[in-house]
Design a binder for this molecule. Structure first.
Ligand SMILES: [Zn+2]
Ligand SMILES: [Zn+2]
Length: 280
């Protein structure tokens, strides 16, 4: 069903069968068009992990960028919605420079940077990885996560910082607060001119909260960090999911606009908030 109220929004953080999504690029673009979004971007995972030599099943083949970009451009020509080309690149200190060099050879509209690992610990893969951790180890994952986020941001290589506060996903909370580490990361996002996302997929997860939560969004607003709304969709049904809920939260925090990207340059777009009280 087309929702005219979504036309002021872009959706840039979406996955397809090129990485860990379940739908083709074209199917995701059609879903965005049918949902009434203003713009759609695809951002499949590009990962150079220092911990494995083979391609990963949840990321595009390391040598697949040519074909990924070609398929994106072809699919974009077949739909009646503005399509933006992106990638979600993983931060590992050992390999990030090489990853950025590779993706930088393509005409990306935006580059999303994400931290999914604390060293070799998979933060958002499955709760079963968290279950065996004692509290000190849980705290250690959060600590290292925020260090890695700060490192990623300070490279200045990406446009959008993905899912801040991702370690809360499976509801294994830390015993100490990481407000200062998070504030340092957010201040760095402002300093280097990056954008944060409000990632609505957290509302589907055990943490039942957006990434980042309202408190960190408030901090982003105070620091002057622009935002985009991201569904982090891995299936057609999730394209544009919870965008109005996210918009209401952003408005509560003080935001009145989100940003769009084209050829890695950004512009601001005011958004409205639908009066509907559904969770959509
Ligand atoms: Zn991610
Ligand atoms: Zn993602």
């Amino acid at each position: 069903m087309t929702d005219q109220t979504l036309s002021c929004f872009s959706s840039y953080h979406n996955h397809t069968t090129w990485s860990d999504g379940t739908a083709s690029i074209e199917a995701m673009l059609v879903a965005a068009q049918e949902a009434g979004l203003g713009e759609i971007g695809i951002s499949d995972h590009y990962v150079l992990t220092p911990y494995a030599d083979e391609d990963l099943d949840w990321a595009m083949p390391r040598a697949g960028l040519d074909d990924y970009v070609a398929e994106m451009l072809k699919a974009a020509a077949n739909v009646d919605i503005t399509v933006r080309l992106g990638v979600e690149v993983d931060y590992f200190p050992e390999t990030f420079e090489a990853a950025i060099e590779r993706v930088g050879q393509y005409p990306l509209d935006y580059l999303i940077g994400g931290v999914h690992f604390a060293n070799d610990f998979p933060i958002d893969c499955h709760a079963s990885f968290w279950g065996p951790l004692d509290q000190a180890q849980v705290d250690g994952v959060y600590r290292l996560y925020w260090e890695r986020v700060l490192e990623l941001v300070e490279t200045g290589a990406c446009d959008i910082m993905a899912h801040l506060d991702l370690p809360k996903k499976f509801a294994f909370p830390p015993s100490v607060r990481f407000d200062e580490a998070a504030a340092r990361a957010i201040d760095a996002i402002a300093r280097v001119g990056m954008v944060a996302e409000i990632n609505t997929n957290g509302w589907n997860k055990p943490c039942e909260a957006s990434y980042p939560d309202a408190a960190l969004l408030r901090r982003c607003y105070q620091a002057g960090v622009p935002v985009v709304i991201s569904a982090d969709a891995h299936e057609t049904g999730a394209v544009g999911q919870y965008f109005q809920r996210a918009a209401r939260l952003l408005q509560d925090v003080g935001y009145g606009e989100t940003v769009r990207f084209s050829e890695r340059k950004r512009s601001s777009v005011p958004f409205g908030v639908s009066g509907a009280s559904s969770g959509a």
